[in-house]
Ligand binder design. Structure first.
Ligand SMILES: Nc1ncnc2c1ncn2[C@@H]1O[C@H](COP(=O)(O)OP(=O)(O)OP(=O)(O)O)[C@@H](O)[C@H]1O
Ligand SMILES: Nc1ccn([C@@H]2O[C@H](COP(=O)(O)O)[C@@H](O)[C@H]2O)c(=O)n1
Length: 213
């Protein structure tokens, strides 16, 4: 079974995808980490003239087995860099095959990102599109950073999330929208457990319908 989980920044899609993977005992790929790894490779020259060429080269040599530096990869600045490299068509092409192979492994997989249900796995068995109010997303991200002992400027964080959303939604090479057959799940008023219960109910319902039950 392939489960596609998409949604904007800090909507909770990674948390839900990991919970679904545990529940259905499937491997999970956070595809945002791939883009973050390419963005991170460009951290020392974010405004250099060769940004695009270097991003493409970094994407083409990316070894997805080495996404270990989570502290650096999940920082807000790396998120911004990731959204900048993600608008480069050749970067997206270089990432595609790995994601599709991951999805097609025996038994299936859970993938979360922005274009899983639309571009990477349009035939996924179940698709979820996770949303939450921007201020709630900012507050969740702020608490996540505070738990890591990092200083948080909520005003800056809110604008970083908005900037990333705006760039992602305008991405001419993206498929950053809800697929027609994806189920919308708004987690604004749901905690993590309630969101996961709702997501499992959606997946079970989708699979039952497809099996004609
Ligand atoms: N329903 C929820 N209620 C409260 N907190 C949540 C909920 N869902 C996720 N969180 C928390 O919000 C933070 C962001 O969640 P998560 O990393 O899953 O979002 P994401 O959409 O994958 O983010 P990104 O796009 O930046 O990778 C985490 O600290 C997570 O524990
Ligand atoms: N399938 C995807 C996943 C991510 N991106 C880009 O990477 C940025 C970081 O992703 P997070 O999921 O970790 O927030 C994101 O803002 C997108 O620009 C993507 O293009 N496609």
């Amino acid at each position: 079974m392939i489960i596609a989980v998409d949604g904007p920044a800090a909507s909770g899609k990674g948390t839900l995808a990991a919970g679904l993977a545990r529940h259905y005992q499937l491997p999970h790929l956070d595809t945002g980490l791939l883009y973050r790894a390419v963005g991170w490779a460009l951290r020392d020259e974010p405004d250099g003239p060769d940004f695009e060429a270097k991003a493409i080269a970094a994407a083409q040599r990316l070894d997805a087995a080495h996404l270990g530096n989570l502290e650096a990869l999940t920082s807000a600045n790396t998120g911004i860099l990731a959204s900048r490299v993600a608008v480069i068509g050749e970067v997206r092409v270089a990432m595609r095959q790995y994601q599709r192979e991951f999805a097609r492994q025996p038994g299936g997989a859970v993938l979360d990102g922005r274009d899983i249900g639309t571009v990477i796995c349009p035939d996924a068995d179940a698709k979820l599109f996770i949303v939450a109010d921007s201020k709630v997303r900012m507050e969740r991200r702020a608490r996540q950073l505070e738990l890591r002992g990092l200083p948080v400027d909520r005003y800056a964080l809110y604008h970083q999330i908005e900037e990333r959303d705006a760039r992602d939604m305008a991405n001419p090479h993206g498929g950053f929208y809800k697929a027609d057959d994806a189920h919308l799940l708004d987690t604004t008023l749901l905690d993590i457990e309630a969101s996961l219960r709702a997501a499992i109910a959606i997946v079970d319902g989708t699979m039952a319908r497809k099996a004609g039950l």
